[in-house]
Design a protein. Structure first.
Length: 600
């Protein structure tokens, strides 16, 4: 299916509305072209009255005009004129309430489709695209595509019907004068096309610059603590000023070009009117036309100006819409990769939580090296398993494969003996509580952040989850307590409070599998022990995968796996691994020494 054909699919839902809107617009233009006719008749009737009065003074003209036989034609023309104006205006209003409103509804549908697709796209997509770029595609590009469904479509119908009606009326009156009147209009259309193309190109450049500014501002606001801690406010200000200056320069250049458009447009319109008055005056002298025809043609030329000028505008709007649609279409056709498929077994309605990796290898898209190599491990349902290793050993990558944030490149991952790729994605993720290493909280209340993964959680459930995560007392210290609005990314809370809030968010879901990815790194050992003591009861009967750099955190695990360069090199209980005197043992004794030195 061609790109334009796919775009036109959005018309289908509103076909009847668009057809009615097109009919309203054509009818509006039909009544519009009669306005100059009634004006011409009025002027000609007044001119005839002047000829009928011998003195030609104002009093005699008024006397004749208000004579019953002379005033009725004028009154009739006035009624027709008012009727034509009203009908044209009402129908134009109806046009905008159908075509433009339909375009807004299509914009709504398109924006929802994009957001829905963004929610389904894999992690790989977000690794390849900047957040500012995604934001612009979902907002600014959608607004530009809307112009294809609204203004561009409406102006096309308007140009064709209005120009057709007006030129027909002009030819009926005088083919010769019509040729002269239309002489400057092709130049007007060519100029509008050229200037619109220039504006379009510069608008695209400015749009890209705007994306850079938005991305720079977002990055600065997200890292405001780091900027302040390193005293880099002036540095960041200079970087932003540089981007803003580039945007300002380009925008002023565009404003200069746009400022030339309307004066030049008025000049060409004025030239056309001058030609009409000059040539029509000659024809009036020759007796071929009346004075009213001069006024009629001037109004026709004025009516034609925008439709002709809009030819270039419409073509460039169309091009701009197509450029934006191409960017959106790339997003909409992006492979979802991780989703339910023909092999998905929807008969599976529950999960117990047993996890097994069989010869699992994984390589990030575009990477040359494997992050995981031939990983084999098994965690029984309800067991507490720990994964340790040095930074970069693949611990986080491993646990991200369980909820299918990524799919394994090679090998097989099983839950309860069934390949996770055949388990419904909704069922799988509903039964997993993930506390990621990089804690993210929304700019919402603390209570809403805790209840994020559930539906209709009540206040008691929220507070109970906070109590289990040892963060309830901290929340109650705030003036608004659970109604406290957090700053962006939870900046209102400390690192430890954010981590514990994230743990509460996982616990409130009551999942069969809980993944704690170094989720206690920001709390001290005393608080960590208190949280773990409380969590031990909560984690009973749940399968737990816990990543930690502190052996004190995971020493009570049922089984411990030590990763190195993406491979499991040691496994066993804490006691068994110490007896092996391998890498785990070295890591444990090193931490003991560090702890003793810290106490000294």
């Amino acid at each position: 299916m061609s790109s334009l054909k796919k775009l036109n699919q959005y018309f289908k839902k509103y076909t009847s509305t668009i057809i009615w809107g097109s009919i309203f617009l054509m009818a509006s233009n039909f009544f519009l072209v009669w306005i100059p006719v009634f004006l011409r008749r009025t002027v000609d009737q007044i001119s005839n009255v002047e000829l009928q009065t011998s003195s030609g003074n104002l009093d005699s003209i008024v006397t004749v005009l208000f004579n019953s036989s002379a005033s009725w034609p004028l009154a009739k023309n006035a009624l027709f004129l008012v009727g034509a104006v009203l009908l044209s205006g009402i129908l134009l209003f109806a046009t905008r309430q159908t075509l433009i409103v339909a375009s807004r509804k299509i914009e709504f549908d398109l924006r929802n489709d994009i957001f829905n697709k963004l929610l389904k796209l894999p992690q790989r997509f977000y690794s390849n695209y900047k957040s500012g770029e995604i934001y612009v595609r979902a907002t600014e590009d959608v607004s530009k595509v809307r112009e294809y469904f609204g203004p561009a479509y409406m102006y096309t119908i308007n140009t064709l019907t209005r120009a057709g009606f007006i030129i027909t009326m002009m030819i009926i009156v005088s083919p010769e004068l019509t040729m002269w009147a239309l002489l400057p209009l092709p130049f007007l259309s060519a100029f509008a096309y050229w200037i619109s193309g220039y504006i379009n190109n510069y608008s695209r450049i400015i749009q890209e610059q705007y994306s850079d500014i938005a991305g720079r501002a977002k990055e600065s606001f997200s890292s405001i603590r780091l900027i302040k801690a390193y005293n880099r406010e002036k540095h960041e200000q200079k970087r932003f000023d540089k981007e803003s200056e580039s945007y300002r320069t380009k925008k002023l250049r565009l404003d200069l070009v746009e400022s030339l458009f309307h004066p030049t447009l008025n000049l060409l319109i004025g030239l056309s009117i001058v030609i009409v008055v000059w040539k029509a005056g000659q024809l009036v002298i020759e007796g071929q036309l009346t004075v009213g025809n001069i006024l009629e043609y001037i109004v026709y030329v004025a009516y034609l100006t925008w439709p002709v000028a809009s030819l270039g505008y419409t073509v460039n709007r169309f091009q701009q819409s197509m450029a934006s649609w191409k960017r959106i279409d790339e997003l909409l056709t992006e492979d979802v990769e991780i989703s339910d498929h023909a092999q998905t077994n929807f008969d599976v309605q529950s999960i117990e939580g047993g996890i097994e990796f069989r010869d699992v290898s994984f390589k990030y898209p575009g990477a040359e090296e494997y992050a995981l190599k031939n990983v084999n491990l098994k965690v029984e349902a309800g067991q507490n398993a720990a994964i340790v290793g040095r930074t970069g050993s693949g611990k986080t990558t491993l646990v991200q494969l369980v909820p299918r944030l990524y799919d394994a490149t090679e090998g097989q991952i099983l839950i309860d003996g069934q390949d996770i790729s055949t388990i419904s994605l909704e069922l799988l993720r509903k039964n997993i509580g993930l506390v990621p290493q990089d804690t993210f909280l929304f700019s919402d209340t603390i209570g809403e952040n805790i209840a994020f993964g559930t539906r209709n959680a009540d206040q008691n459930e929220i507070e109970e989850a906070a109590e289990k995560a040892q963060v309830r007392d901290n929340i109650l210290d705030f003036e608004e307590q659970f109604e406290t609005i957090l700053g962006e990314r939870g900046i209102t809370l400390s690192g430890g409070q954010k981590q514990r809030t994230a743990i509460a968010r996982a616990l409130i879901r009551d999942p069969k599998i809980i993944i704690l990815d170094d989720s206690l790194s920001a709390v001290d050992t005393k608080t960590e022990e208190a949280i773990l003591q409380h969590l031990r009861n909560e984690l009973k009967g749940r399968t737990t995968l816990m990543i930690s750099h502190r052996i004190s955190t995971i020493k009570d695990a049922d089984v411990i796996y030590y990763l190195e360069d993406g491979t499991v090199v040691e496994q066993g209980t804490h006691k068994e691994l110490l007896e092996q005197e391998g890498r785990y043992s070295v890591m444990y004794h090193k931490q003991l020494i560090e702890q003793e030195l810290a106490e000294i």
